[in-house]
Design a protein around this ligand. Structure first.
Ligand code: AMP
Ligand code: ZN
Length: 479
């Protein structure tokens, strides 16, 4: 079997994957915080995890992946209260949306998708264990982890713990602490807000304890892999290590993998900056699920992914090239026989594909292996050197690649229809819309308002909504 090497944030180098339980890889993934719809930055990280798990499975490994859903935090509690509904009801809607989104993107469901609010008892038990071992203190009804008791604090993010300023806010909580670096595991209830009555007092869990408790419950004290976006390394994952290793005295995670951000116009895409697109925003603009999948997986996870319109166009063309290639293999007539050179070429591509992914999930290398093969086989076909019995062999190779990439199934229209978007073939193609909008702009410029209105009406009849921005530019979407 091929040696898989992954970049471990903890050691800051590539390390061979060596699962605790031979043949099975246990992975914990920080999942979505369900107070709003996920944006495509989030899906960049979830997509990386999907490629990782699919690749491990393609190598004959069993995968046990647990993903949490953070369905309790300050924003959720406040938003639910403002909407006059319970937090379960409030978050249900976003969890449903998340599941629909990952289905549209062909992101596989983890073996366990677990909600924080179903695991309060596990968190309480873990906090009790840390209390017994002297890692905690209470202040105004909240329970804190005392970082000075855990000397290894900072080993993941290489943060300078001594230099963390007193008074600096290292998390979003505003409670009284002995030391600014300490963090809340259990938060005292606030008037009018949701809380649980438990053995450690009334209140609600902090975010970090949630992941420690659920990871160890389902995966044991030591996990093989823990994943998340780079923004989670500190303080979230650092705090998970402190809690878990404080409680068990064992290594919590062998390999930490952190995905770089998806950025837009030079900035991290994030809910708080407001510079985000949800998946449905992109579908409303006529982009296909498979295009977004290609785009998100095409850039290796440790490189920033710059989100641009141009990138979308390339992703769409690339996906189409792959699909057209398989169609040609399946339907074209080739001269009888088989060509040993072709067999060699295909086997080479298979090796290169696996070698790319085994090298820290380098999807760019893996994709290059496929597109080189597509080019060479197309050339061989044109020369008449590609023969009948080579076709099923090439199809088998493409299917093998697709177990990891999941791009070949032409089900975009079905996925869109499921989410209430009209299938793409029933719509005016995006390029045509753009051309008409350009013509309308030109008409307006020469003060031909009759023509401009005509075009607007035309587009409206075809189910396209125009929005004229103040700066004169035009945004549009399908109704
Ligand atoms: P959240 O729902 O905010 O808890 O985030 C879910 C996941 O998305 C986490 O692993 C984050 O690190 C990740 N994430 C958030 N923003 C981005 C971004 N712009 N690019 C890539 N990953 C992100
Ligand atoms: Zn987490």
């Amino acid at each position: 079997m091929i040696q898989i090497r992954l970049h471990n944030t903890l050691t800051n180098d590539l390390q061979p994957l060596d699962p605790v339980h031979p043949g099975e890889v246990r992975i914990y993934t920080c999942g979505p915080t369900v107070y709003a719809s996920a944006h495509i930055g989030n899906f960049r990280t979830f997509m990386f995890q999907d490629v990782l798990r699919r690749f491990l499975k393609s190598q004959g490994l069993r995968v046990m992946q647990v993903m949490n859903v953070t369905d309790v935090d300050d924003r959720i509690i406040q938003s639910a209260a403002a909407a006059g509904i319970g937090i379960r009801e409030y978050t249900d809607k976003y969890i449903r949306g998340f599941l629909e989104d990952i289905d549209a993107l062909h992101i596989q469901m983890p073996e366990e998708l677990v909600r924080a609010t179903d695991h309060i008892e596990d968190m309480v038990a873990l906090i009790e264990k840390l209390q017994e071992k002297g890692f905690t203190y209470k202040s105004e009804g909240s329970i804190y982890f005392r970082i000075s008791k855990f000397p290894a604090y900072g080993k993941l993010s290489k943060i300078d713990v001594a230099g963390m300023q007193a008074g600096a806010r290292v998390d979003m909580d505003q409670y009284e602490k002995d030391d600014a670096r300490d963090f809340a595991m259990w938060k005292a209830p606030k008037p009018g807000e949701h809380f649980w009555e438990t053995r450690i007092g009334p209140g609600r869990p902090g975010w970090h304890i949630e992941c420690s408790a659920m990871a160890m419950k389902y995966l044991g004290d030591t996990l093989d892999i823990h994943t998340g976006g780079v923004d989670l390394a500190f303080p979230h994952h650092e705090n998970e290590i402190a809690q878990s290793e404080g409680a068990t005295g064992k290594t919590f995670v062998r390999t930490w993998l952190h995905a770089e951000h998806l950025i837009i116009e030079g900035q991290k895409m994030s809910k708080s900056l407001g510079n985000f697109y949800t998946l449905r925003d992109l579908f409303a603009r006529g982009h296909k699920p498979s295009t977004i999948r290609f785009l998100l997986l095409s850039v290796p996870y440790r490189r920033q992914l710059n989100f641009t319109e141009e990138g979308i166009v390339q992703a769409r063309n690339s996906t189409e090239r792959l699909r057209n290639f398989v169609t040609r293999l399946r339907t074209a007539q080739f001269p009888p026989g088989s060509n040993p050179e072709t067999e060699k070429r295909i086997a080479q591509a298979e090796n290169d594909f696996d070698a790319g992914l085994a090298d820290d999930i380098n999807t760019a290398m893996a994709l290059a292996a496929i597109f080189d093969l597509v080019r060479d086989v197309n050339t061989a076909m044109d020369r008449g050197a590609f023969l009948q019995q080579d076709a099923p062999r090439a199809v088998a190779a493409m299917e093998k690649f697709d177990a990891v990439l999941a791009l070949l199934e032409d089900d975009d229209d079905d996925k869109l229809a499921k989410l209430g978007f009209s299938p793409e073939k029933a719509r005016m193609p995006a390029a045509e819309v753009d051309a008409l909008i350009e013509e309308r702009q030109a008409a307006k410029k020469r003060r031909d308002f009759k023509r401009a209105d005509e075009i607007r009406q035309n587009l409206a009849d075809s189910g396209i909504l125009l929005e004229d921005a103040k700066d004169g530019s035009v945004r549009w979407k399908y109704k």
